[in-house]
Design a protein around this ligand. Structure first.
Ligand code: TMP
Length: 215
């Protein structure tokens, strides 16, 4: 039995990390075997690569090097963590996945989308999410939220507003092009409304039983 891969995507400050954590805990209380992970990271090698990617001293990183490092971290995560858990029938919830490379390095940096899709296929062995939530938020609001959260301000957060706007538009274009996989959720709503939208789609799209407890 193959499990389910559920991913959260979106611009900075859209609440992906909070929602991914909440959903994995919620599904666990319902009796599902769940693994929460994040990109870049999720493995010792991936976390080391994350450090390189986020460091302000690497402001001169070439866009292609950046794309390859994100994909290297992803390849390690898929092979070491995601595939084995899916093979056991588990649900993997990931805070970002391959679509982030298309949004940031493709729409944001301007690298060729078709080349990046090939790179993603190489890195993941073709493993695609079953469902992807786009937590959509206005760029200024997201960045302001992120600043207020007190989380580390990374090399990528510091890029121009126009970069982050291209990222957001890229996400919206990808979601519109593949509505069978993507769900757009308005992340400027109160947290309870975002959570309710997520649960409604999990039931509708994946048929997950979320009432009561499974065992
Ligand atoms: P986050 O964990 O705070 O979301 O930080 C990850 C940062 O890396 C964020 O700015 C988005 C960026 N990113 C890419 O540019 N490409 C990718 O493939 C991934 C996974 C993340």
């Amino acid at each position: 039995m193959r499990g389910l891969l559920i991913t959260f995507e979106g611009p900075e400050g859209s609440g992906k990390t909070t929602m991914a954590r909440w959903l994995s805990e919620f599904l666990q209380t319902k009796g599902y075997p769940v693994l929460l992970t994040r990109e870049p990271g999720g493995t010792p090698i991936g976390e080391a690569i994350r450090g390189i990617l986020h460091a302000h001293e690497h402001a001169d990183m070439a866009a292609r090097a950046e794309a390859l490092l994100f994909c290297a971290a992803r390849a390690q995560l898929v092979e070491q963590v995601i595939r084995p858990f899916l093979a056991k029938g588990g649900i993997v919830v990931s805070d970002r996945y391959a679509d982030s490379t298309l949004a940031y390095q493709g729409y944001g940096r301007g690298l060729d989308l078709e080349e990046l899709r090939r790179l993603n296929r190489f890195a993941t062995g073709g493993l695609e999410p079953d469902l992807t939530f786009l937590l959509d938020i206005e760029v200024e609001l997201g960045l302001a939220r992120r600043r207020a959260s007190g989380e580390a301000w990374t090399r990528l957060d510091a890029l121009a507003l126009s970069f982050h706007q291209r990222v957001r538009e890229g996400y919206r274009a990808m979601a519109a092009a593949d509505p069978a996989r993507w769900v757009i959720v308005d992340a400027s709503q109160p947290m309870e409304a975002v959570q309710a939208a997520i649960l409604a789609h999990l039931t509708q799209r994946l048929g997950l039983l979320l009432e009561g407890h499974r065992h």
